[in-house]
Write a protein that binds this ligand. Structure first.
Ligand code: NAD
Length: 259
């Protein structure tokens, strides 16, 4: 079954981790993809990976910074000009930022993280929802985090931004459900991507793999999630099978949030 035949899906942060894994899954199911990222080389790598798995895939690349509203407008307009509609939007690009106690958390770092993770998600929703409302259909998946539904510590900017993403999701889901549009968020736990590797290196330095083992020892499933496991969830949530799931947050964390 190809749930994305004739469907157009935009994915931000498509050059790595969760964005890349979701793109790969959705391409297998027939979507035309617009991948967005700051990193052009990473985008090219995602595209060649997808084409090697799915030679018939249609993959367009747009280099853009989600923290700049004009650049967000640019990739939304590009998609409409190219394909005439947006069926799905995985609003996913984000960073973790530096870890620090609240009293030591610099305002520049706080603003940097919030600008990308929260303002970036807001700009994406704003411009995509405008198009989806005209069409009368569409599905948006925002990437929040376990750190957006409970405290994890040492991450003031990240926690504020991801709790904000949950708020934006609930707010817009309630506003736009009447237009045939659903808005949901995912809350991943620790999924082994370059972002998590970077964060383990901040904690453990050269011994980051050991730090990783300690990190997952508190997870009920005693392991990291795999990017492709998130890809399966995102594909489901963006498909018509999940049209009635709206204004809510779905954890994918091995049970960590409920421990
Ligand atoms: P990643 O670092 O592997 O990928 C993130 C991608 O986003 C990169 O390609 C990066 O270049 C891009 N990006 C960063 N800032 C950008 C910007 N301003 N504009 C455009 N692109 C930008 O990380 P990931 O683990 O795949 O994370 C993806 C999302 O998932 C993030 O929002 C992150 O907070 C969230 N998340 C990840 C985990 C995890 O364990 N991996 C857990 C919870 C939430």
């Amino acid at each position: 079954m190809k749930r994305f035949e004739d469907k157009v899906v935009i994915i931000t942060g498509g050059g790595s981790g969760l964005g890349r894994a979701s793109a790969s899954q959705i391409a297998k199911e027939g979507a035309k993809l617009v991948l967005v990222d700051l990193n052009k080389a990473a985008l090219e790598e995602s595209k060649s990976g997808i084409l090697s798995e799915t030679p018939s895939a249609v993959v367009e690349l747009v280099e853009a910074n989600v923290a700049e509203e004009k650049e967000v407008e640019k990739f939304v307009n590009f998609t409409i000009d190219k394909f005439g509609k947006i069926d799905g939007f995985f609003n996913n690009a984000g960073i973790e930022g530096k870890q620090n106690l609240t009293e030591d958390f610099g305002i520049d770092e706080f603003n940097r993280v919030v600008n990308i993770n929260l303002n970036g998600v807001f700009y994406g929703m704003k411009h995509v929802l405008k198009e989806m409302k005209k069409q009368g259909f569409g599905s948006i998946v925002n990437t929040a985090s376990v750190g957006g539904i409970r405290g994890v510590g040492n991450q003031s900017g990240y926690a504020a931004s991801k709790h904000g993403v949950v708020g934006l999701t609930r707010n817009s889901g309630i506003e736009y459900g009447q237009y045939g549009i659903s808005v949901k968020a995912i809350a991943p736990g620790a999924i082994m991507t370059p972002m998590v590797e970077g964060s383990l290196k901040q904690i453990g330095g050269d011994n980051w793999e050991e730090a990783g083992k300690e990190f997952v020892s508190v997870n009920p499933m005693k392991r990291f999630g795999k990017p492709e496991e998130v890809g399966y969830l995102v594909a489901f949530l963006l498909s018509n099978h999940a049209d009635f799931i709206n204004a809510t947050v779905i954890p994918i964390d091995g049970g960590q949030s409920y421990k």
